[in-house]
Design a protein around this ligand. Structure first.
Ligand code: SF4
Length: 241
């Protein structure tokens, strides 16, 4: 769910001075409806790219995805989930053993500590299950609002918030779907704006679709505006060098 650190070392994309865009709430709402329609057409099956078969697997994978690509996470989880199958298994896990299995995802000591800690809280407080409310999820070590939104939207089908990762932050800015945030890292304000422009029942889907579009067309370094089917709706189209 995040860019690799390698990406930050690459040459930065320069952007021409932002086109000023004056848009009423009504016009933004109408444009966002068209963007959503375009996303459905482009990515009818958009879903979470983290391989999982249970809420527990999705939770662990999402914790591992911090500062790591989904592809890398999907490479380490088969061995991890073969060894640890339940919240209790993780609660009783040996820290060094977990660290070894997840080492290539980066920040592995902290991630192992959080996964084991989350296993303990689920075992002691939630009957060994992944909780299905925002407040309860936030009690788990390593779980902040973004991770909780992934679990609620993707597994439980509850649209309580909007996942804002690096791709969504970037696209929200390029598509001018956020007006309160200062930059693409201002996740709290971006989430609030996206919750305003897209219908609640579409939040989880729209998050997945924007991530797919960010990966396949509107990448950080080389947005392919020429071939982007959203270009007529995008104020940033062709504004990069
Ligand atoms: S037109 Fe360009 S900047 Fe806008 S969404 Fe498409 S690829 Fe990204």
């Amino acid at each position: 769910m995040a860019t690799t650190r390698r990406a930050t070392k690459r040459k930065k994309l320069t952007k021409k001075p932002a086109r000023s865009i004056r848009e009423s709430d009504k016009d933004r709402s109408s444009r966002s409806k068209k963007i959503l329609k375009g996303l459905h057409k482009l990515y009818p099956e958009a879903e979470c790219a983290l391989t999982h078969k249970s809420a527990l697997q999705l939770l662990v994978s999402t914790i591992l995805s911090a500062q790591c690509t989904d592809v890398r996470v999907n490479m380490v989880t088969p061995a991890l989930f073969k060894r640890y199958k339940t919240a209790k298994d993780f609660a009783n896990a040996d820290q060094k053993d977990v660290e070894k299995l997840i080492q290539s995802t980066g920040f592995y000591r902290n991630k192992a500590k959080n996964i084991i800690g989350a296993g303990r809280v689920m075992t002691e407080k939630f009957g060994g299950k992944v909780p299905d409310t925002m407040d309860e999820l936030l009690e788990l070590p390593g779980v902040a609002r973004k991770t909780a939104n992934v679990i609620l939207g993707t597994w439980f089908g509850k649209n309580e918030g909007f996942v804002v990762d690096t791709h969504i932050g970037r696209l929200a800015h390029r598509l001018h779907l956020t007006w309160r945030s200062r930059d693409s890292k201002d996740a709290v304000k971006i989430e609030r704006d996206l919750m305003e422009v897209f219908p609640q029942k579409e939040w989880a889907y729209t998050g997945h679709a924007l991530i797919w579009h960010g990966r396949q067309v509107c990448s950080a370094r080389k947005p392919d505006c020429e071939n982007c089917t959203l270009k007529a709706l995008c104020p940033s189209a062709f504004s990069f060098d």
